[in-house]
Design a protein around this ligand. Structure first.
Ligand SMILES: Cc1cc2nc3c(=O)[nH]c(=O)nc-3n(C[C@H](O)[C@H](O)[C@H](O)COP(=O)(O)O)c2cc1C
Ligand SMILES: C=C(O[C@@H]1CC(C(=O)O)=C[C@@H](OP(=O)(O)O)[C@H]1O)C(=O)O
Length: 368
């Protein structure tokens, strides 16, 4: 389903080639000032058509706020935002009506919606639906910043090139937010340049590449979350896996933790100015589904873009016949560049949701 959240709920609607897409957000506190300029700048980081490493489809991605705000302040009642689609080339998808693009959701979407779905541009499965997600996440980001919580991300890996990682213990707000201020969000500009070259090489050979987005959070209070099925990891995972093309997610050391001994992986506790901290942060700031007060760190793996212009074998699922397919449309040779603010948005929503529902010691103390 396209509805998510406990204390902060979002419901995303629309199709990539329909009249518009949007989101209804319920549970925002009343009286939250909205910085529209900051929100527009955040949405521009994701918008298509701004860079050679992304799809040339050009959309303004300007949200029309239909409810839930008076001036620039939230009313606390449901906030609805509509983003119109302007630059659709639906003829690109004419012959795709029943020839499944390998790697995309055409075939499974056909089965799920009994052939009634709008397949143009991927319909409701399109990466375009991350525009309203980023709008909602931008509001969550502003809510978190008022509580001293900051969320930032960068491209950790792309096409075999690695960026410098976030420091899991000494991560500060400036380092966290720096990649987001550049058109190609890496910590190491030289690594970013090499990634760009690899993306361009893939594009020139009618192919695509994937990569990994690392996301960090500083200032999140200790003691927020729950055990078992409603932990911070669960909540973050449920929304991050809602981002199209995400195939993997790890927290802290993640899969690498499996190769370590307990003595290497445990994070020793100590006191710093009377506050409980850990010397290392292999846990990625979460223990038992509950925040430890250390930076929260996670990495999301994105697959290479499915829609490539090479001839591919497929099946026409209405005709039940094998055929060859050359995919048209204006596609991202690598979705990871535009997915960086999307991951920040998803994580911000998960943490705002958890903070609004916080019941525990520090979590409750920190609530205004
Ligand atoms: C920001 C963003 C942009 C995307 N752009 C494209 C694209 O141009 N072409 C494409 O085939 N897939 C693109 N995708 C991925 C598809 O939407 C996704 O692979 C598809 O819906 C199937 O879903 P799944 O990969 O999660 O199984 C994009 C994803 C994101 C997050
Ligand atoms: C429009 C956006 O991205 C689109 C995501 C997408 C897909 O299959 O996910 C396919 C492309 O759609 P089209 O073929 O209509 O150009 C991208 O342009 C956007 O992110 O705003």
């Amino acid at each position: 389903m396209s509805t998510w959240g406990n204390d902060l709920k979002i419901s995303i609607f629309g199709e990539s080639h329909g009249p518009g897409i949007g989101v209804v957000i319920d549970g925002l506190p009343a009286g939250l000032p909205i910085d529209r300029e900051e929100l527009a700048a955040f949405m521009a980081r994701r918008a298509p058509g701004r860079d050679k490493a992304s799809t040339p489809r050009r959309e303004t991605d300007r949200p029309e706020l239909l409810s839930g705000v008076r001036g620039d302040v939230t009313t606390g009642t449901p906030l609805a935002a509509l983003i119109r689609n302007n630059d659709t080339h639906s003829s690109d998808y004419g012959e795709l009506a029943s020839a499944a693009r390998p790697g995309h959701a055409d075939y499974t979407g056909f089965l799920r919606y009994a052939g009634w779905g709008d397949v143009r541009g991927g319909g409701h499965f399109s990466g375009r639906l991350t525009a309203p997600l980023v709008f909602a996440g931008g509001l969550a980001k502003q809510l978190l910043a008022r509580e001293g919580v900051y969320v930032g991300a960068h491209i950790a890996r792309c096409a075999g090139v690695a960026d410098a990682p976030f420091d899991p213990v000494r991560l500060d707000r400036e380092t966290l937010l720096r990649p987001g201020a550049s058109a190609f969000p890496t910590l190491d500009a030289a690594a970013g340049e090499r990634m760009r070259e690899e993306i361009e090489a893939a594009r020139m050979s009618t192919d695509s590449v994937g990569g990994v987005v690392e996301c960090g959070v500083v200032g999140f209070p200790a003691g927020v979350g729950s055990p078992m099925f409603d932990g911070l990891e669960n909540r973050i995972a449920s929304i991050v896996f809602g981002i199209p093309a995400v195939k993997g997610l790890e927290f802290g050391d993640g899969f690498a933790a499996a190769e370590l001994r307990g003595s290497e992986h445990n994070d020793p506790f100590r006191l710093a100015d009377g506050k409980v901290v850990t010397e290392t942060n292999h846990a990625g700031g979460i223990l038992g589904g509950i925040s430890s007060g250390m930076p929260i760190l996670l990495r999301a793996a994105f697959k290479p873009t499915a829609s490539i212009a090479k001839p591919q074998r497929t099946v026409d699922f209405r005709e039940n016949a094998e055929r060859e397919l050359v995919v048209k449309g204006r596609h991202d040779p690598c979705v990871v560049v535009r997915a960086v603010p999307v991951v920040e948005a998803a994580v911000s929503l998960a943490l705002a949701d958890a903070l609004l529902g916080a019941k525990g010691y520090e979590g409750l103390q920190n609530r205004k």
